[in-house]
Design a protein around this ligand. Structure first.
Ligand code: AHR
Length: 520
């Protein structure tokens, strides 16, 4: 039996609430016919889906990044404000953008969800001036034509704190992409102008994740280019940035939609820490680890499926590239594999509390989001419940914990290689107010229930213990419009307390995410 010892007095750091953020892009049914659906019986007076807002409040969504994604690289924010909205061709996703959802609607939505807005600027076809105009529109009270435009429609300045310059501008798929040498200088000029408008904003810029699969069509394919992009950005702009943005989708199925199996997904859990470690190493090498944090502002187990778009030969018709996107909305794709993987990601970010300051699950609804909207309501996919567990049951500080008698199982990854995977992933936390210890334990094993002995040092006698757990009958269990096979369950573990309150034995279901709350 594995054994985990937690030291209740050894606090490693504070748990960061911003890592439970989400991302919203003008793509497929995320905005129109997603969160913003004035015709729906679930819409409020402003056209926003109330059921979605309520669900996002329940998981205490701290921040939403908008409007892209690749979409932002040709987005003209000025067409989407005021009373005269100008319809435009979205050249990224090759659809018509009505611009009826723009900055004002985004801010209103965030206020209703009670989260921070995080705006990503157009660093593809946009200019430093357009970015700083956007800051003027959002954050200034007067002395600006854009503040006046804002005032004509709204009362208070929005005071948007979080901004980022660009989205994946290193990729040849990105419209208006840049070279590594162009990027640093371009970001510097944009950052200078944005900060002169409002020195209080926090700024990020697109960096390359060193784990990016070099086989993606159009990506830079030399290690030197990765290094050059990031080092040039950091050496030119390290002093003026607060964050750098990285993205990762482990199961890269943009063109194929061939979903990795449960076991293949578990192999990806071994890679989650890599990109953070490598970026942290770079920041340390450049003496910036105390100045700049990682904003992991797009992440999900699986890449979104949108074939043909990023290829240079456009031989396909609209029908093929548009209707293919519907396949992202097949709820049977979002199983316990997604839930277990997402929990591993969150454990990793929590362990890296000193360097990962923000993370945004991509996206917030539909496509591969945690919530699916339909005419009759919403489906909370398996990943939704992971957020629910982590934000509502874990503590606010991270405790030291170590595992003995670690178990491993073998699986074959998507490349056909045998990989050894640690069965449990454990993160211990403490609720400072109540003094309770709350432990997130993930059992990655596809089929086997596992037993764990939890010992809490420096705690006193354990008097009560509850476990909140998420599992499904099968590792491929999922939720859909007509069934909820994966929900949070609770079990009282008082009878499992042993040795005069020194330790507890817990049984963990296969492919499960568990939060064990221990009190006196
Ligand atoms: O597949 C969606 C895209 O993934 C986002 O627009 C982009 O930022 C990321 O590469």
């Amino acid at each position: 039996m594995s054994r985990c010892t937690i030291n209740a007095k050894r606090i490693l750091g504070k748990r960061n609430k911003m890592i439970y953020g989400h991302f919203l892009e003008h793509f497929h049914r995320q905005i129109y016919n997603g969160i913003f659906d004035p015709g729906s019986p679930f819409a409020d007076e402003d056209g926003f889906r109330e059921d979605v807002i309520e669900a996002l409040r329940q998981i205490k969504t701290p921040v939403i990044r908008w409007p892209g994604g690749c979409f932002v690289s040709t987005y003209d924010w000025k067409k989407g404000v005021g009373s005269n909205r100008i319809q435009a061709l979205d050249k990224t996703w090759r659809v018509v953008e009505p611009n009826t959802f723009g900055t004002d609607e985004f801010i209103k939505f965030c206020r209703k969800v009670d989260c921070e807005p995080y705006i990503c600027t157009n660093a593809g076809t946009g200019t430093a001036e357009e970015m700083s105009d956007w800051v003027e529109y959002c954050n200034l009270e007067h002395d600006s034509v854009f503040a006046d435009l804002h005032n004509a429609n709204n009362k208070e300045p929005y005071k948007v704190k979080y901004w980022s310059i660009g989205n994946e501008n290193y990729g040849l798929w990105e419209l208006g992409g840049k070279s590594p040498t162009e990027w640093g200088r371009y970001v510097l000029e944009a950052a200078k102008m944005m900060r002169r408008v409002d020195p209080d904003i926090e700024l990020s810029a697109a960096a390359i994740n060193p784990n990016l699969d070099v086989s993606i069509d159009g990506a830079p394919n030399k290690m030197s280019e990765y290094m050059e992009w990031n080092t040039n950005l950091l050496s030119t702009c390290g002093h003026i940035l607060d964050w750098i943005s990285i993205h990762e989708y482990w199961d890269e199925i943009w063109f194929t939609n061939d979903l990795a199996t449960y076991e293949q997904v578990m192999c990806y859990t071994l890679k989650v820490n890599d990109s953070i470690e490598r970026i942290e190493g770079l920041l340390k090498a450049m003496g910036l680890e105390r100045k700049i944090k990682i904003s992991f502002d797009e992440w999900n187990l699986r890449g979104w499926y949108h074939p043909y778009l990023w290829q240079l030969e456009f031989e396909k018709g609209k029908k093929e590239y548009l209707s293919e996107r519907d396949k992202n909305d097949d709820n049977s794709s979002y199983t316990m594999a997604d839930a277990v993987f997402s929990a591993c990601f969150l454990n990793t970010c929590n362990r890296n509390y000193d360097i990962v300051g923000m993370a945004n699950f991509a996206p917030v609804v539909n496509t591969r989001g945690a919530i699916f909207t339909h005419k009759g309501g919403i489906v909370k996919r398996t990943t939704y419940h992971v957020f629910d567990l982590y934000v509502n049951y874990l503590g606010d500080t991270i405790l030291d914990a170590w595992e003995e008698n670690k178990e491993y199982f073998k699986a074959t990854n998507k490349d056909g290689k045998k990989v050894e995977i640690d069965v449990l992933d454990i993160l211990a936390t403490c609720k400072q107010e109540s003094g309770e210890v709350a432990v997130a334990v993930i059992n990655k094993h596809p089929k086997e229930e596992k037993s764990l002995s939890l010992v809490v040092d420096n705690f006193g006698e354990i008097g009560k213990c509850h476990m909140y757990y998420l599992s499904g009958k099968e590792e491929n269990s999922f939720n859909d419009v007509d069934h909820n096979d994966v929900l949070i369950n609770t079990v009282d573990l008082r009878n499992e307390i042993n040795n005069d309150g020194k330790d507890i034995s817990v049984n963990l279901k296969p492919h499960s995410v568990n939060i064990i709350v221990i009190g006196k």
